[in-house]
Design a protein around this ligand. Structure first.
Ligand SMILES: [Zn+2]
Length: 346
């Protein structure tokens, strides 16, 4: 076993340290932008007194550190107050020049008793996606091309419905999520490939050996040494997930029966961790920040590459598009890379 690990480590190191691979590390910083079950649009704006720690804060932060992110926005409000708040959120994201894609929490606009995509038929899911895409198009002038299901709760019909509704990318198949009905073989941790002609770019997950657990990469939910280890392993695609309320401290688990989710404060640790994450990813590991829309542009201009056989045969390429194909080549091996991480004791 030791011999095998040494061999694998050597080939991994060679791959990481060759200059040719420098531009093949891409990082998608995503923000699920939603009202959630927080009161008075707190989920979007994160108000603490006169200050805000919601999407305006996140957009300012992205601007200050000069990165591109993707905001998966839930636009399924069904009363004027929620619709106005969601519209305002889209306006703001657009003003900052960041990417807007679709996040589906369909209950409010469709069926209060069915909060998740997997609970709807194929035809209904097409209707939900069309509804969301049309709303975003009406508010921003641009139709979304990528989707993430709320609670990661999609199924194979979601991918088929996405294709029918003209989407290109899905980011719902998450090894960490336990509410999904996607076929099990799709959960190859962080692998990216075409399923039902939709490109799956899932949130990055990793396997932690002790205690034995699959974790989703999340600056707020993971300890820093683990985040650092995943980034240092130079996965070719890393997808990190935030929420619009990630920087809002909340009284989620009241110790003394204080009413839940009513007391808020700025979460200084989460903000610091996010800054650390961006600095470490970009300056130390050389990740290139990319939005889902940019990815769709590059990939689907070169869709002919995207059969598995061609993917595996690609080798050193200099242009960005071809480099992107290499990304997927290596991502197919991410299970191995992550296994190595776990064997190395993170
Ligand atoms: Zn959500």
């Amino acid at each position: 076993m030791k011999k095998l690990m040494r061999k694998f480590n050597q080939s991994f190191d060679r791959r990481v340290h060759t200059g040719a691979n420098l531009m093949t590390h891409f990082l998608f910083l995503t923000v699920d932008t939603e009202l959630s079950n927080l009161p008075a649009a707190q989920g979007l704006w994160g108000k603490v007194g006169a200050d805000e720690y919601g999407i305006r804060f996140i957009l300012d932060l992205f601007k200050r550190v000069d990165i591109k992110g993707t905001f998966f926005v839930d636009v399924f409000g069904n009363n004027q107050y929620d619709i106005k708040a969601q519209h305002k959120a889209c306006d703001l994201i657009l003003k900052y020049g960041q990417d807007i894609q679709l996040h589906t929490h369909p209950a409010a606009a469709f069926d209060q008793n069915r909060p998740q995509m997997r609970q709807y038929t194929f035809e209904e899911q097409v209707e939900i996606l069309e509804f969301g895409a049309n709303r975003i198009k009406a508010w921003t002038g641009t139709r979304p091309v990528a989707h993430r299901a709320g609670d990661w709760a999609g199924n194979i019909d979601t991918l088929r419905a996405l294709k029918t509704a003209g989407f290109k990318i899905d980011s719902s198949i998450c090894a960490w999520g336990n509410q999904s009905d996607f076929p099990k073989h799709l959960f190859l941790l962080s692998g990216c490939y075409l399923v039902e002609n939709i490109l799956k770019i899932p949130p990055t997950c990793y396997y932690r050996r002790f205690p034995n657990k699959i974790k989703k990469l999340d600056v707020n939910g993971c300890v820093w040494p683990e985040v650092k280890a995943v980034l240092s392993s130079k996965q070719n695609i890393v997808v990190q997930t935030l929420h619009s309320f990630s920087f809002l401290g909340k009284n989620n688990r009241p110790l003394f029966k204080i009413p839940s989710r009513k007391i808020f404060w700025p979460d200084a640790k989460a903000i610091k961790n996010c800054r650390l994450f961006v600095d470490f990813a970009r300056e130390v590991c050389g990740y290139h920040f990319l939005s889902f829309r940019e990815a769709a542009g590059v990939i689907f201009k070169n869709i002919n590459y995207f059969t598995q056989k061609k993917l595996y045969r690609l080798n050193c390429a200099t242009d960005f598009a071809a480099n992107f194909c290499r990304v997927f080549d290596i991502c197919h091996h991410s299970l191995k890379s992550l296994l190595m991480l776990s064997l190395n004791g993170i």
